[in-house]
Design a protein around this ligand. Structure first.
Ligand code: ASP
Ligand code: MG
Length: 603
C-alpha cells in the first residue's frame, strides 16, 4: 500500500462535473490499495475573482484581509469534493490548512511554511478516510492565530510539503497541461513533452515553469527527496517526473526547514579568468569565440557579456585552470579576426588574462525568487569582510561572484554564517545517468535592462546598490558585472547591468539616480525593449559546445546578443525584444528539442 498525495489545480475542479471526475479518479486510486491525501485549488478562476472584488473596494487592500478573503476559495472546493466522495461511498473529510497543522510565517499573502504537524491528518488516514486539504493556506501563530496564504499558485507547495511531512511515496500534481514542455507551446508549435526533468533544471526555468509548478514546491521536493510527477487530469498519460538526487542527508522532518532563502553555499577554486575587451557589438561575435573554444574541447564555466559605452562589448569567461593557456591562445587568435569596434578612439579589442588565481563563490536556492534582499545580502557579506567582487553572474536561483582565490575560505565561511547554511561544497554533477545538455528553452518578455556606468571598484558598491533596490522591494533578475576597469582620474570603475521586471524599471532607475552622487556611480540607462532567452540542462557541464551552439543559432538569424549570463546549468542571453520569439524558435530547433506530435494545451 502506498501513501499518495494528489493535487488538483483550479481547472481540474472548475465545475461540479469536473469535481465528480476528480472524485472518480480518487476512488480508483484508493481501490488500487492506496492511502490518499488530496490537495485542491479553488474552483476555476475563483481566486482571480476574489482579487478583483477586493480591488473594487480598495486599490491597496489590507493584506490580512486579503488572506481572509482568498483562503475561502479552497474551502469551497474541498467541501464539495469531500461530499462527492461520500456520495460515492468513500469515507472522506475536508480540512483547512490550520486544521492539518500547516504553520507558516506571519507574512500575509506570501507566507512560507515553517512546519507541519501531521498528527490529525495521520489519524484520519489511519481510520480509512481520504483527507481533502485546502491548498495555498496555513496558519501563523504570532501570539494570535492568523490565516495566511502562500502566494499565488501555492497549492502545489501545500501538496509537496504535506508529502514531505508524511513521507508519502509520491506526490502527483494534476493540471490542465500534459506535463512540462521543452518550451512555451503557444510560441513554439513543436514544443515537446518531457518524461523527466530535474528539480534544479525546473528551478532555473522559473519563468517558463512557474505556471505549471510553484518554485517553492520544487525546492521542497528537492530538499526532501519527494518523488514528484506533473500530469494531466484529462488523461492517463504518465506526465513528467520531476526528479531530485537523494537529499544530502535525511533532513529532520519535524523541524521542516522550509523557510530558508539560501540552500547552499558553493565554491570552486579551479577557475581562471579571461576577458575580451572592446569587442565589436554585432551578431556572431560570441558564436565565433565560443565556437573556437568548443573546438578545442575546453570546458567554459561562467560567461558574462555586458554592454559598455560606445557600443563595444566585453565578454569575460572562466575556464578550468589547466585550460587557461589554451583558452588564451584561442582568444588571441580570434580577436583580430573579429574586426574593429565602431569607436576606435576607445581603444582596440584586447585580450586580458586575470593574473591572480580566482575563485567562484555562489549561493543557491529557490528561496531567493521574489526576495530581493538575498543577493544584496551576499554582496553585503562580502563587502563587510572586505572582499572585492570581480565578476557577478546571476540566474533565478543562483548568484555567483568571482573573487581573489586567497579570500575563498573566508568568503565561504562568512556566507555560510550569514545565510545559516552548513558548508556544502557540493559535488554538483555526480549524476549517475547522463542528463541531456539542454532540456528546455525559455523566453521572458517582461524584463527591462538597467545599465549603470562607472561604479567605483571597491568592496561594498554592489551591496549598496542592490540593497537600495531591495528596500523598494524590487527583485533583480539577471545581474552582470564584468571585468573591465576604467581608470578615471586615478579612480578604478566598473560597469554593471541587470534586469528587473518591466513594471519596476522606472522605480529602479529613480532610486539609483537619487543615490548616484552619494555613492559615486554614473548615469543609469534603461531599456525596456529586451527579451531574455535561456537554455537549461544539467548535462551542459560536460558538453563544452552548448554555449557556442546557442550563440551560433542566434548569429545565423542575425540576432545581436546584448548580455550573457550563465550559471552551471543555464545560459541566458538578452536580445532585442522584437527578436525574442525568433530567438526562442531558433534555439529550440538548434538543440533538436522539437517533438513529432503536437502537444494539446488549453488556450
Ligand atoms: N488558488 C490559488 C491561486 O489561484 C492557489 C493555487 O491555485 O495554487 O493562486
Ligand atoms: Mg498552479
Amino acid at each position: 500500500m502506498s501513501l499518495i498525495v494528489q493535487k488538483y489545480g483550479g481547472t481540474s475542479v472548475g465545475t461540479v462535473d469536473r469535481i465528480l471526475e476528480v472524485a472518480r479518479r480518487v476512488v480508483k486510486t484508493v481501490q488500487l490499495g492506496n492511502s490518499l491525501v488530496v490537495v485542491l485549488s479553488a474552483m476555476g478562476k475563483t481566486t482571480d475573482g476574489l482579487v478583483k472584488l477586493a480591488k473594487e473596494i480598495s486599490v491597496n487592500p489590507n493584506k490580512r484581509e486579503m488572506d481572509m478573503l482568498l483562503s475561502t476559495g479552497e474551502q469551497v472546493s474541498i467541501a464539495l469534493l469531500s461530499m462527492a466522495l461520500q456520495e460515492m461511498g468513500q469515507p472522506a473529510i475536508s480540512l483547512t490548512g490550520a486544521q492539518v497543522g500547516i504553520v507558516t510565517e506571519a507574512a500575509h499573502t506570501r507566507a512560507r511554511i515553517l512546519r507541519i504537524d501531521p498528527n490529525r491528518l495521520q489519524t484520519q488516514l489511519n481510520s480509512g478516510k481520504v483527507v481533502v486539504v485546502a491548498g495555498f493556506q496555513g496558519i501563523a501563530d504570532a501570539g494570535e492565530l492568523e490565516i495566511t496564504t502562500l502566494g499565488r499558485g501555492g497549492s502545489d507547495t501545500t501538496a509537496v510539503a504535506l508529502a514531505a511531512a508524511l513521507r508519502a511515496d509520491r506526490c502527483e500534481i494534476y493540471t490542465d497541461v500534459p506535463g512540462i514542455l521543452t518550451t512555451d507551446p503557444r510560441l513554439v508549435a513543436d514544443a515537446q513533452l518531457m518524461d523527466e526533468i530535474t528539480c534544479d533544471e525546473m528551478l532555473e526555468l522559473a519563468s517558463l515553469g512557474a505556471k505549471v509548478l510553484h518554485p517553492r514546491a520544487v525546492e521542497i521536493a528537492k530538499n526532501y527527496g519527494v518523488p514528484l510527477v506533473v500530469l494531466s487530469s484529462w488523461s492517463d498519460a504518465p506526465g513528467t517526473r520531476v526528479v531530485s538526487p537523494p537529499p544530502p542527508s535525511a533532513r529532520p522532518l519535524e523541524g521542516l526547514e522550509l523557510a530558508k532563502a539560501v540552500d547552499a553555499v558553493e565554491f570552486d577554486l579551479d577557475q581562471a579568468g579571461v576577458s575580451l575587451l572592446r569587442l565589436p557589438d554585432r551578431p556572431g561575435v560570441a558564436a565565433r569565440l565560443f565556437g573556437a573554444i568548443a573546438q578545442q574541447n575546453l570546458d567554459v564555466d561562467l560567461i558574462i557579456q555586458s554592454i559598455h559605452e560606445g557600443n563595444t562589448n566585453d565578454i569575460a569567461f572562466t575556464v578550468r585552470r589547466n585550460s587557461l593557456n589554451q583558452a588564451v591562445a584561442v582568444a588571441d587568435a580570434i580577436v583580430p579576426a573579429l574586426g574593429k569596434n565602431s569607436r576606435p578612439e576607445l581603444g582596440e579589442p584586447e585580450v586580458k588574462v586575470e593574473e591572480r588565481p580566482i575563485a567562484k563563490v555562489s549561493i543557491a536556492g529557490a528561496g531567493m525568487i521574489g526576495r530581493p534582499r538575498v543577493a544584496a545580502q551576499m554582496f553585503n557579506t562580502l563587502a563587510d569582510a572586505g572582499i572585492n567582487i570581480q565578476m557577478i553572474s546571476t540566474s533565478e536561483v543562483k548568484v555567483s561572484c568571482t573573487i581573489d582565490a586567497a579570500e575563498c575560505d573566508r568568503a565561504v565561511a562568512e556566507l555560510c554564517k550569514a545565510f545559516d547554511v552548513a558548508n556544502s561544497p557540493v559535488g554538483l554533477h555526480s549524476a549517475s545517468h547522463k542528463p541531456p545538455a539542454v532540456r528546455a528553452v525559455a523566453l521572458d518578455l517582461n524584463q527591462a535592462r538597467l545599465a549603470i556606468r562607472q561604479l567605483p571598484d571597491r568592496p561594498g558598491v554592489a551591496a549598496k546598490m542592490f540593497g537600495l533596490l531591495a528596500e523598494e522591494n524590487i527583485s533583480v533578475d539577471t545581474i552582470i558585472q564584468s571585468q573591465r576597469c576604467h581608470n578615471i582620474d586615478g579612480i578604478l570603475t566598473r560597469d554593471i547591468a541587470f534586469t528587473v521586471a518591466q513594471i519596476d524599471a522606472e522605480a529602479a532607475k529613480t532610486v539609483l539616480e537619487k543615490s548616484a552622487f552619494e555613492f559615486g556611480w554614473g548615469e543609469v540607462a534603461v531599456d525596456t525593449e529586451i527579451a531574455k532567452v535561456s537554455v537549461v540542462g544539467s548535462g551542459m557541464v560536460a558538453h563544452p559546445g552548448v554555449a557556442a551552439k546557442m550563440f551560433e543559432a542566434l548569429s545565423q538569424h542575425e540576432i545581436n546578443i546584448q548580455m550573457i549570463a550563465t550559471s552551471e546549468i543555464k545560459i541566458s542571453c538578452v536580445v532585442d525584444e522584437a527578436q525574442g520569439v525568433t530567438a526562442l524558435k531558433a534555439i529550440h530547433a538548434a538543440f533538436e528539442l522539437a517533438g513529432s506530435e503536437k502537444v494539446q494545451v488549453p488556450a
